[in-house]
Design a protein. Structure first.
Length: 279
């Protein structure tokens, strides 16, 4: 047998065995039996952060559109693109909404009014799902609820597991209203009651008050959670769309102080307001 033929046989074997290997990996994750809390929940407590190299500058664009991310958002440009559906990685805006998003992007460097300037850069809350790919978090579990403490600006959210009714539709919140349940090793969370003031990123990817999000936090290994959010807003989007974030476990540590607004010059720079340093 020639060396070339041998290489071809190895390549063919790899192609034939890859599906079986992948299926084995998937079944191993499905069979994984995580540690449990006293009341039987998969124990996902601990410190976590995203491993998907996602930036909050633009969740649609590639690296070429992120040159100003450091000056605007304080983070280094990253390459991750979280949108997995539609396959093109773009938010499926309705025509009118696409024009508005285009306007947001065009003016985000020098916005004419505060309402078209990134809410997080103005020290408001990130909202869901942006907070998931914003920074470090700590998850605490209780029989009736799960608390997620975020390092970024000390924000937090509570996911209720006790079947309580959701809040009235007239009450809108920055972080929404979360109701969760366990399906095997997956925490399924319905998030409603969003206000329309949060963005998915700095360049102005937006939604309306009608947005509903279904989160799936799948505990696939001791140090990994696969997070998938399905975003549905018939007022703004032509179809529901999905983004994915892989979370990895961090070593136990206290969450650092991340005050965000102390010394924040973003608003001053955007609107040409003189910034006086404290003496």
């Amino acid at each position: 047998m020639t060396h070339r033929c041998f290489k071809r046989l190895l390549a063919l074997a790899a192609v034939l065995l890859l599906p079986a290997w992948a299926a084995g990996q998937e079944s191993a994750e499905t069979r994984w039996d995580p540690p449990r809390t006293r009341d039987g929940q998969p124990d996902i407590q601990g410190y976590w952060s995203q491993r998907s190299d996602i930036t909050t500058y633009s969740i649609q664009a590639g690296l070429e559109d992120r040159a100003e991310h450091v000056s605007i958002g304080g983070q280094n440009p990253q390459k991750g693109r979280p949108i997995i559906d539609p396959p093109n990685g773009m938010i499926p805006y309705q025509p009118w909404a696409a024009e508005r998003a285009k306007m947001h992007h065009a003016v985000h460097r020098q916005p004419p009014t505060p309402d078209v300037f990134d809410p997080v850069s103005r020290c408001f809350l990130e909202g869901v799902p942006r907070i998931v790919y914003q920074g470090n978090m700590r998850i605490l579990q209780f029989p009736t609820h799960i608390v997620v403490l975020h390092e970024f600006a000390h924000h937090y959210r509570v996911i209720y597991l006790d079947g309580r009714p959701k809040l009235p539709d007239t009450l809108k919140l920055w972080m929404g209203d979360s109701r969760g349940r366990w399906e095997g090793n997956t925490l399924v969370v319905d998030v409603t009651n969003h206000n329309d003031r949060t963005w998915f990123d700095i360049v102005g990817s937006f939604h309306s008050e009608e947005m509903r999000i279904t989160e799936r936090w799948t505990f696939v290994g001791a140090d990994r959670i696969d997070y998938v959010a399905t975003i549905d807003d018939p007022k703004v989007f032509t179809q529901p769309w999905k983004l994915r974030v892989q979370l990895g476990r961090n070593k136990p540590e206290e969450l650092f102080e991340h005050a965000v607004c102390e010394g924040n010059k973003a608003v001053h720079v955007a609107f040409g307001i003189p910034f006086e340093e404290k003496k």
